[in-house]
Design a binder for this molecule. Structure first.
Ligand SMILES: [Zn+2]
Length: 309
C-alpha cells in the first residue's frame, strides 16, 4: 500500500516578511529531503483548494471573509504580532486546507494507505474566529470534520507533537465527544494553553506538558503512558497527526531536545495503534519546525515511518 505526499507550489507564495521563521524555504527543506531515492515510491499529489463549505465546518463565515478579504495586492498585512498576509496567502491557505481534505478523501476511500501533507501556512493555532501563531485556517480540523461529514467516520483523533500546544484544534474539539485531541508540548511556551487539567468532555482532550529541556526519554514516556492508551481507548476511524518538528533540539523557537529518531519512533507507534483501530488510516499534516536542516531530516524520518507502516 502506498503513502501519498500532498503539496502545492502555491504554499511557497505565502510570505510573512524577511526574517520570519515561518518562511517559504521551510517547504523547500521538506520537499528536497523527500527527493532522496528512498522516497521514490512516494506518490506526489497536487492539492486542490479547500472549498468554502469545507472551511465553514470549522470557521464562521466572518473569519473566512476576514482572512480572504484582507489579502493584500502588494506588501504585507499584519494580523497580529507574528501572523501576516502577503499577496499569495489566500491561495496558499486554501491549498494547505485543501491538502488535508484531499488526503482524507484518498485515505478514507482506500486509494492510499496513509498520507503526509507538506503545506504552509500551518493550522493548529487557528481558532474558529482567530488567526494566530502563523496559522490562518485550521487545516487538520477541516480535514477531520470532512471525514465525519463526507466519509461517515464516527470518531476522528488528532495527535499533535508540535512543540507548541494546538490551542485551535483543542478549541474546536473540546466539546465534541466524537473528536479526540492529544498533544505533547513544551510548557511554559506560546500559546500558554495545554495544561493537563484541560480534559474536554469524556476525557477526549489529553495534554502532556513537558518542561523545557525535556528530550526523547520524556517524550516517549508521554506517548507510552498517556497518549497511546487514551488513543487506543478512543478507537478512531481515522488518525490524523499535527506533525510539527519544532521540538527538535536544533529548533530556535523552543527548548526541547528531540532528534530525528524520536519522530520516526512516534510515527511508528502511532501507526501501530492505527493498524489496531482503523486499518492503518493516517493523514498527517505539517505544522511547525524552524531549523531548516532539522525540519527536512525530521520530516523525512516521519515519512519513512509512514511508508514502513
Ligand atoms: Zn510549533
Amino acid at each position: 500500500m502506498t503513502t501519498a505526499l500532498f503539496w502545492h507550489p502555491s504554499c511557497r507564495e505565502h510570505n510573512m516578511g524577511a526574517g520570519h521563521p515561518e518562511q517559504p524555504a521551510r517547504l523547500d527543506s521538506v520537499l528536497v529531503a523527500l527527493e532522496a531515492e528512498e522516497f521514490d515510491e512516494l506518490e506526489r499529489v497536487e492539492a486542490p483548494r479547500a472549498t468554502r463549505e469545507q472551511i465553514l465546518r470549522c470557521h464562521p463565515a466572518s473569519h473566512v471573509d476576514d482572512i480572504l478579504g484582507s489579502v493584500p495586492e502588494n506588501g504585507i498585512v499584519r494580523l497580529d504580532a507574528d501572523t501576516s498576509l502577503s499577496p499569495g496567502s489566500g491561495e496558499a491557505s486554501l491549498r494547505a486546507a485543501g491538502a488535508a481534505v484531499a488526503a482524507v478523501d484518498a485515505v478514507m476511500s482506500g486509494k492510499y494507505h496513509n498520507a503526509f501533507c507538506a503545506v504552509r501556512p500551518p493550522g493548529h493555532h487557528a481558532e474558529p474566529q482567530h488567526a494566530m501563531g502563523f496559522c490562518l485556517f485550521n487545516n487538520i480540523a477541516i480535514g477531520a470534520e470532512h471525514a465525519i461529514a463526507v466519509h461517515g467516520a464516527d470518531r476522528v483523533a488528532v495527535v499533535d507533537f508540535d512543540v507548541h500546544h494546538g490551542n485551535g484544534t483543542q478549541a474546536m474539539f473540546a466539546r465534541k465527544p466524537n473528536m479526540f485531541f492529544a498533544s505533547s508540548h513544551q510548557m511554559p511556551l506560546y500559546p500558554g494553553t495545554g495544561q493537563e487539567s484541560e480534559r474536554g468532555v469524556a476525557g477526549n482532550i489529553v495534554n502532556v506538558a513537558l518542561p523545557p529541556q525535556s528530550g526523547g526519554e520524556e517524550f516517549r514516556i508521554a506517548f507510552e503512558v498517556r497518549i497511546l492508551p487514551a488513543l487506543r481507548d478512543f478507537k478512531p476511524d481515522l488518525l490524523m497527526i499535527s506533525a510539527g518538528f519544532d521540538a527538535h533540539r536544533d529548533d530556535p523557537l523552543a527548548n526541547l531536545n528531540l532528534v530525528e529518531d524520536d519522530y520516526n519512533w512516534a510515527t511508528s507507534v502511532l501507526a501501530e495503534v492505527a493498524d489496531e483501530t482503523c486499518g492503518g488510516k493516517i493523514v498527517s499534516t505539517l505544522e511547525g519546525g524552524y531549523d531548516l536542516g532539522a525540519l527536512g531530516r525530521s520530516a523525512a524520518a516521519h515519512v519513512r515511518a509512514l511508508m514502513a507502516a
